[in-house]
Ligand binder design. Structure first.
Ligand SMILES: [Fe+2]
Ligand SMILES: [Fe+2]
Length: 474
C-alpha cells in the first residue's frame, strides 16, 4: 500500500480506517514533538537539512530527498508489504500461519520485546544531541541528522505496534518511552550501552558501526517473528538502518585514512607525533573500538538463556536470517560454550541449542563486525604499515552473561584483577585520550570544508558532490 501523506501521521497501514487508533496516535504525536524539541538535536531545529524521507516502502520511493526542517520531518508508520503466504519460520509452530493478532499468552512477552527495542531508538537521539556543534563538515552534520530523524521514526514504528495491539498497557508504555532518558540517574534507558555518553565524533562513528549493528541483528531476529506486523515493521526499519552503519563504517574509514596521510607526511607512526599534527593515532582508534564493541556485545544478553529458548520455541524472536539454517526447530542440537571455571581458567559446556540463541546471534554479529575491520586494515596495509586494528575477544570487559566481571586481556585470557586494573588504560580510552579527542572537536560548518582529523568521503549523498551545502544554517 502506498503511503498516505494527507493524514497528519503519514502511514501505509490505512490508519484513517481506525479512528480510535488514529486519535490515540495523534494524541501521542505532540508529546513526541515536544520530546524532539527538548531532547533531540540541540540548536539546529531551524536549519534546512538535506534529508531523505520515505514516500513508499518499495525501492523507488523509500528514499526521497529534499530540504527539511527537522521538526517538520514526516515521521510516519511504514510497514513492509504483507506477504499473504508467509508462514512461521522456526520453533514449535514451524510452518503454521503467522499471526495478525497476538495470542493472549504472548502479550506480555511481546510487549516487553517491543518496548526494549523501542527504548533504544529515542535513546540514541538523546545520546547524540550535542554532536551537531562539533560536526567535522556539513556532509557529516547531515548524516547525523538523517540518523537522528530515522531513529525517531523507529520509535514511531514501535509505538504504532504498542498502540495498535496492546490497548491501554501499550499506550502507557508509549508514554514511558518518552519519559526514560539516556543517562538519567532516576529513569535511565533500559539497556546499558544506550546510557553511555556520546560526546565526540569518534564515539559517534564507533556507536553507529557497532551499536547500530546490534540494532540490525535485533531487527533481523524480530523480522523473523510469527507476529506478522512486527516482522513487517522491522523489515522496513532494516533498510533505514543500513545507512546508520554506513555512516559508522565510512566514518572510521575516513579517520584511518587521514591518520595514514599524516603518518606518511611525517614519516613516522609515533602516536604523539600523529597527535601533534592534529590526527587521531591508530592505538586510540583501537581503544575506542574496544570500548564500543565490548559494550555492544552485552546487548545480546547471556550466553545461556531460558528466555531466548522460549522466544524461539514460541516463534516470537528468531535467529537473524533464519533461512540460512537447515533445522528450524533446533530441539535436538546442542551448542558448545567456553565458560570461566571460577579459578582463572575455562571449561567447555554443551547446552541445548535453543538456550544458546543469544550466543548464536552474537556470533553472527561479531562476524559482521569483522568485515569493516578487515577493510580498515587493508587501508593500513596498503599504506605500508604493520599496525592492525582488531576486535577484542567477546569475553573482554563483559557486564552481562557468563563472563560478566571476569577480568581478561584483549584475547579473552582470564587474568588477575590487579593486572586487569593495571592494563585497562592501555585497552580503553583513558581520561587523557578522551581529552585529546575532545580537543579536536570543533564544528566545521562552512561549505566545502572538512576538519583536519578526518578525510573527506569518496562521494556525496544522492549523487551530490561532497562539498554540497547539505545543511543550510540560518
Ligand atoms: Fe533504529
Ligand atoms: Fe540506527
Amino acid at each position: 500500500m502506498s503511503i498516505n501523506y494527507q493524514d497528519r501521521i503519514p502511514n501505509n497501514v490505512d490508519l484513517g480506517s481506525n479512528r480510535t487508533l488514529q486519535r490515540a496516535l495523534e494524541h501521542w504525536q505532540p508529546e513526541f514533538l515536544k520530546w524532539w524539541q527538548d531532547l533531540g538535536p540541540r540548536d539546529f531545529q531551524v536549519a534546512d537539512v538535506y534529508l531523505r524521507t520515505a514516500t513508499s516502502v518499495d525501492a523507488k520511493g523509500w528514499a526521497t530527498y529534499g530540504f527539511v526542517h527537522m521538526p517538520e520531518y514526516r515521521w510516519g508508520i511504514f510497514l513492509a508489504d504483507r506477504d499473504p503466504n508467509r508462514k512461521i519460520g522456526f520453533g514449535d509452530n514451524y510452518g503454521q500461519e503467522v499471526w495478525q493478532q497476538i495470542p493472549g499468552e504472548f502479550r506480555a512477552i511481546l510487549r516487553r520485546l517491543i518496548v526494549t527495542q523501542g527504548d533504544t531508538e529515542p535513546a540514541s537521539v538523546e545520546q547524540q544531541r550535542m554532536l551537531g556543534h562539533t560536526a567535522p563538515s556539513l556532509y557529516d552534520l547531515r548524516n547525523l541528522f538523517q540518523v537522528n530523524v530515522e531513529e525517531g521514526r523507529h520509535l514511531w514504528a514501535m509505538v504504532y505496534l504498542l498502540h495498535a495491539y496492546f490497548g491501554r498497557d501499550g499506550r502507557e508504555e508509549a508514554e514511558e518511552l518518552l519519559e526514560r532518558h539516556s543517562g538519567d540517574a532516576n529513569k535511565p534507558r533500559i539497556l546499558g550501552t544506550f546510557n553511555e555518553p556520546i560526546n565526540d565524533w569518534l564515539s559517534f562513528f564507533m556507536f553507529t558501526y557497532f551499536t547500530d549493528r546490534d540494532g540490525k541483528f535485533q531487527l533481523k531476529s524480530l523480522a523473523e517473528s510469527s507476529f506478522d506486523p512486527l516482522a513487517r515493521t522491522c523489515s522496513f526499519m532494516l533498510t533505514e538502518e543500513a545507512h546508520h552503519m554506513f555512516v559508522g563504517d565510512t566514518g572510521i574509514n575516513r579517520v584511518v585514512r587521514r591518520t595514514l596521510e599524516v603518518m606518511k607526511e611525517l614519516g613516522t607512526e609515533d602516536p604523539l607525533a600523529v597527535r601533534n599534527a592534529g590526527a587521531i593515532d591508530l592505538p586510540t582508534v583501537q581503544k575506542y573500538l574496544n570500548f564500543w564493541f565490548s559494550s555492544s556485545l552485552d546487548l545480546f544478553g547471556s550466553e545461556t538463556s531460558s528466555n531466548a529458548a522460549s522466544y524461539f520455541a514460541n516463534g516470537l524472536k528468531g535467529r537473524p536470517d533464519e533461512a540460512q539454517y537447515e533445522d528450524h526447530i533446533a530441539i535436538e542440537q546442542s551448542f558448545s560454550l567456553e565458560l570461566p571455571d571460577g579459578s582463572g581458567s575455562t571449561k567447555v559446556e554443551q547446552i541445548p541449542m535453543r538456550n544458546a540463541m543469544n550466543e548464536v546471534t552474537r556470533g553472527s554479529y561479531v562476524r559482521d563486525c569483522e568485515l569493516g575491520v578487515k577493510r580498515w586494515n587493508r587501508l593500513i596495509e596498503k599504506a605500508g604499515y604493520s599496525f592492525r586494528l582488531s576486535l577484542p575477544s567477546t569475553r573482554f570487559r563483559r557486564n552481562i552473561g557468563a563472563w560478566a566481571g571476569v577480568p581478561t586481556d584483549l584475547t579473552g585470557r582470564p587474568i588477575g584483577q590487579e593486572q586487569f586494573s593495571a592494563q585497562i588504560g592501555e585497552w580503553l580510552p583513558s581520561e587523557s585520550d578522551r581529552a585529546y579527542i575532545m580537543s579536536l572537536m570543533h564544528g566545521v560548518h562552512e561549505q566545502g570544508k572538512m576538519a583536519a582529523w578526518i578525510a573527506p568521503p569518496d562521494r556525496g549523498i544522492n549523487n551530490n558532490p561532497v562539498d554540497y551545502e547539505y545543511v543550510r544554517l540560518h
